[in-house]
Design a protein around this ligand. Structure first.
Ligand code: AMP
Ligand code: MG
Length: 412
């Protein structure tokens, strides 16, 4: 039989299809208060309407003065003429031979060009002497030196990190235009699955993928809705998945996408929706399925826990990124192998490994030898995926390989 959809495609081809579909279904723009926008993707450039700092101010607690005057004054010092604290709106003007007490963040009095820090000052009878010379401009934060008015400080497509949200707040914004997060329904499938906490009958296993998928999504800032486990029954699967497809942007399933008798999802999607691809030349995760059911996208991950991890982190995150218009892609890091790898097969491979940094600053990765896709413990011990390109090859100690850290919102 000739499949009418792309199959056995390369990882890069799968990524390209996901990106193309996602670009055509970019989610709408909403305004989000800053405190709810962490991890969201900015939908419009942020242009500074204010300078940062907003006015010349002191970087330290001490005395605002003219550097040349204090340096020339010696033991006579300068007359302490007043105080300027943070938040003060007084417009102090510094007279000749004078200084003012000042705190961090307080506006500089007109005429002052430096701050003598408290620790380097002596104050006696209303006069202030320096114990060291003061450079003009010392401990002074100049208006606009961080951000000038009209400068574009964030671009559409940027992921909103805590520091970026803080920058928006400093510029006076209480909310930002972001792409809506996708709503995601999660299904695990399989007659053998029991929820953790329940006793197992012979042949049953605990559903470990459900919490894996839920928390992988939560790490991306998405609150998924997880359905009860779906039995390996095509009619019941179809009903539940069609229901979800009415109300969610994306349905993520795991299990039931291989070629076994109980793997009903590819046929279901072919008959009731549209398959964009099925099977990718990757290991683990080869039977991954992607398509449309009703109005929703459906990403069908294979059932083995390590396949779920690898396919979600690589293809699943890419899809979420695309739907939200994320510009900064999650580029792999390059790290030196600490133990050799013999890759005896042709597919692109995602191995589990531990990424670390040597004392000299070299990124290093130690592959975990337990490569089989049911070896959940090895995934739990790891902190990164090692991406080995297509083709059988021997990798020696010291060879550089691509590594994708598991980390959620990072990658910016
Ligand atoms: P499948 O892709 O449905 O053929 O499943 C492949 C393997 O993953 C089988 O050993 C399943 O028992 C196992 N598996 C499937 N779903 C889960 C799950 N939710 N939690 C743990 N293991 C699973
Ligand atoms: Mg199954």
């Amino acid at each position: 039989m000739i499949d009418a959809f792309p199959t056995r495609l390369s990882f890069a081809e799968a990524q390209a299809i996901l990106a193309g579909v996602a670009a055509g279904r970019r989610l709408e723009v909403i305004r989000q208060p800053l405190s709810r926008a962490h991890g969201a993707v900015l939908a419009a450039d942020l242009v500074a309407a204010l300078p940062l700092p907003g006015f010349n101010n002191s970087a330290m607690d001490g005395f605002a003065l003219r550097a040349s005057e204090i340096n020339a004054a010696g033991e006579a010092g300068l007359r302490l003429a007043g105080e300027q604290f943070a938040g003060s709106s007084r417009e102090l003007v510094l007279g000749l031979g004078e200084c003012t007490r000042i705190t961090t963040g307080a506006p500089m009095p007109a005429g002052a060009d430096a701050v003598l820090i408290k620790e380097e000052a002596r104050e006696i009878d209303g006069r202030v002497m320096a114990t060291t010379s003061v450079a003009a401009g010392a401990h002074l934060r100049r208006a606009g030196e961080d951000v000038a008015v009209g400068e574009r400080v964030l671009r559409a497509g940027d992921v909103l990190t805590p520091a970026r949200l803080s920058l928006a707040a400093a510029l006076g914004r209480d909310g930002l235009e972001v792409f809506r997060r996708p709503t995601v329904a999660v299904f695990t499938t399989g007659d053998e699955l029991r929820p953790p906490g329940q006793p197992l009958a012979p042949g049953e296993i605990h559903d470990s993928n459900r919490v894996l998928l839920q928390t992988l999504l939560m790490a991306e800032g998405i609150e998924p809705v997880a359905w009860p486990v779906l039995p390996d029954d095509p009619a019941r699967m179809a009903t539940a998945l069609r229901d979800a497809a009415f109300s969610f942007d994306l349905v993520i399933t795991c299990g039931g996408v291989s070629a076994g008798e109980k793997d009903h999802l590819p046929a279901l999607l072919r008959e009731q929706g549209e398959v964009y691809f099925w099977k990718v030349r990757m290991k683990p995760g080869m039977p991954v399925l992607f398509g449309r059911l009703g109005e929703a996208l459906l990403l069908g991950l294979p059932g083995n826990p390590v396949s779920v991890l690898a396919t979600f982190l690589t293809l699943g995150r890419g899809l979420l990124d695309g739907l939200q218009g994320r510009r900064e892609l999650r580029q792999p890091l390059r790290a030196e192998l600490l133990t050799p790898i013999t890759k005896g097969h042709a597919r692109l491979e995602f191995m589990r490994g531990n990424l670390s940094c040597s004392e000299t600053g070299q990124l290093q990765v130690r592959p975990n030898p337990a490569v089989a896709s049911h070896r959940l413990r090895a995934a739990a011990d790891a902190n990164a995926l090692i991406q080995l390109p297509e083709g059988a090859a021997d990798y020696a100690v010291g060879d550089r390989v691509d590594v994708l850290p598991f980390g959620g919102l990072s990658g910016v």
